[in-house]
Design a protein around this ligand. Structure first.
Ligand SMILES: C[S@@+](CC[C@H](N)C(=O)[O-])C[C@H]1O[C@@H](n2cnc3c(N)ncnc32)[C@H](O)[C@@H]1O
Length: 328
């Protein structure tokens, strides 16, 4: 098992007579825990630098961070008798350290993209047990961790509300994480139709949707989306107001064509993962998923039925992008 990485900085503030220590650790799974502590210089002999104190602070921080690292949601549930969501985030830093931190944040690195995502999520999103458990149960069922980030989920939710969507189509359900966000953005009598290839993913999603109390608004259609979409067209019903495309990228143009046909002027279409770590701009790529994203963008740029743009994104999921279109 790879070792946990430690990073402890000790900093003496000459003017304030204090010793600050910052400790961060990165777990083998890539989580980061950060702590900050402070000690006065030795009050009995102010002329002696408080080397002992610095080390004591650093050790205390290390212990604190280690305790945080090993505390599990089960420990908390055991103690409180209630379901727990353990939210790990950096603790508040002193102004001085914040400034140093801000300096370091100028580097555009995947680690800092993730930190900013953590900060944005902690600042803008509420803790939500059903969403947290949808992710952890999907993990426990060995589903791939390829759902949208919480911030992107909230974007989908807001788009549903901003567009006043009643009917939403999603291509690619996985464990239902984005589906929950979408379903919560539509009225009580609205519907989300979500298409998923894998029965196992659909089963996990169904449980997650039930726990989130949105299953009465959601229909999961199992099978190849390219087969399901013509059947949805055949059965008629109200057009879709919002479409989220997030499945096999190779079929993106098929999904886009159906999204347009099943929509109406004003329908908003969101296509995920159109940046693909910059590879989308490589015309010589032989990666089928990148080619799928390129073809989707080309369709969006040339098809007179839609008007579109796309934005690159960086964040917890790396460097990617999202396209957004309106049916005209
Ligand atoms: C990126 S995941 C969807 C994540 C989900 N939208 C979320 O953010 O929570 C893609 C899903 O599409 C499904 N999928 C792949 N190929 C498909 C196909 N041909 N038809 C329908 N679903 C497909 C995969 O099984 C997977 O569950």
């Amino acid at each position: 098992m790879p070792a946990t990485e430690w990073n402890i900085t000790v900093d003496i503030d000459e003017q304030e007579d204090t010793t600050m220590a910052y400790a961060s650790l990165r777990t083998p799974a890539g989580h980061e825990v950060t702590g900050v502590g402070q000690a006065q210089r030795n009050p009995h002999d102010p002329s002696v630098p408080a080397i002992g104190d610095e080390l004591a602070v650093a050790r205390a921080l290390r212990n604190l961070a280690e305790r945080l690292l090993h505390t599990t949601e089960k420990d908390i549930s055991g103690a409180t008798g209630e379901p727990a969501h353990l939210h790990r985030e950096p603790c508040l830093l002193t102004d001085r350290h914040s400034r140093e931190e801000a300096g370091r944040m100028a580097d555009s690195t995947p680690e800092n993209w993730r930190r900013v995502d953590d900060y944005l999520a902690a600042t803008l999103l509420d803790d939500d047990t059903a969403l947290t458990m949808a992710r952890s149960d999907s993990d426990a069922a060995d589903l791939p961790a390829i759902e949208v980030t919480p911030l992107a989920g909230k974007l989908l939710h807001l788009l549903a509300r901003m567009t006043g969507a009643r009917n939403v189509l999603e291509v690619g359900t996985l464990g239902g994480y984005s589906t929950i966000w979408l379903a919560r953005g539509i009225p009580r009598d609205g519907r989300v139709v979500t298409l998923e290839l894998e029965q196992k993913h659909a089963d996990v999603a169904r449980r997650n949707l039930e726990r989130a109390r949105v299953s009465d608004k959601v229909e999961i259609v199992v099978g190849r989306a390219a087969d399901s979409l013509p059947r949805i067209a055949e059965r008629g019903g109200e057009p879709f107001d919002l479409v989220f495309i997030d499945a096999d990228k190779e079929s993106n143009t098929i999904y886009l064509d159906w999204a347009i046909r099943l929509g109406h002027p004003g329908t908003v279409i969101v296509v995920d993962n159109v940046g693909r770590a910059g590879e989308v701009a490589d015309p010589g790529t032989d990666d089928a998923m990148v080619i799928g994203s390129r073809r989707a963008l080309e369709l969006l740029g040339s098809d007179p039925r839609v008007d579109a743009t796309a934005l690159q994104t960086v964040g917890a999921k790396g460097w990617d992008g999202v396209a957004i279109a309106i049916v005209v």
